[in-house]
Design a binder for this molecule. Sequence first.
Ligand code: HEC
Ligand code: HEC
Length: 220
Amino acid sequence: MTRTVRRTAWLLALLPMVAAAGGTARSELNEVLRAKADANHGAQLFAQCAACHGADGNGETRGSAPRIAGQHYRVLAKQIVDFRHGKRWDFRMEGMADQHHLAGAQDIADVAVYVAGLTRPGKRGIGSGEFAEEGRRIYAAGCESCHGREAEGDPVRGVPRLAGQHYSYLVRQMYDAVDGRRPALPRLHSQRITPLDFQQVRAVADYLARIGWQPNEPGE
Ligand code: HEC
Ligand code: HEC
């Protein structure tokens, strides 16, 4: 029963996203998802990404470039397609996701499968720790139903893994959601973030960044 209700809620949450997606973005994503991805070719293409995301895909601890290593394939593919079709805005990534760097759906599939297979042990940016416990409560109440108990995301539905993402990047994405700078986000996601104040946004981001963090692990 609860399961069905939850699933229905999900479908409803996805409707605006589907409606907003232009034909070309959606058809290119479908093409990527149908492709037979080649990780070896993806490794070659990834050389273009390393300057910002790091040779290991673990991003930059201050959060200017996110950790993409080990993110779900579907999430990576969708984000690249969204940057390419003007559905997510960042001048650095829009430049990189164009056809000059990734010729078509096959290239997107190849680089995404390579990145999804990378491990995530790199240093991570974290917050002060002061509000992490408050962040855990906010996450459990408002975010866990979609992003998963351990913030592991959902590879089938294409919900991003958030655990271990850099703190400052997470903070920025939450403000981007509230300010309407990521139009492809599900409405419910933005509705859950909008009521949070500055401290609560930092609290959730710190909680998420610290998942799986060991005290002897270098963090910033
Ligand atoms: C010039 C720097 C730069 C290069 C090169 C670059 N990126 Fe990015 N990438 C970024 C930045 C900055 C963001 C975050 C944008 C934002 O804040 O919304 C990003 C975001 C992403 C995201 C979204 C991650 C998420 O969690 O939503 C993916 C996927 C991605 N990049 C893949 C790639 C791939 C694949 C390549 C190589 C083809 C690449 N990037 C090359 C700077 C770069
Ligand atoms: C209705 C399900 C749903 C709920 C509830 C939800 N999210 Fe999301 N969230 C998503 C989806 C789906 C995406 C990716 C959307 C896209 O760009 O394709 C996302 C993206 C994100 C991102 C960006 C990740 C990245 O790598 O760029 C962050 C951060 C995030 N969510 C945090 C939260 C937090 C914090 C909450 C609770 C306050 C929350 N979400 C509630 C579904 C949800």
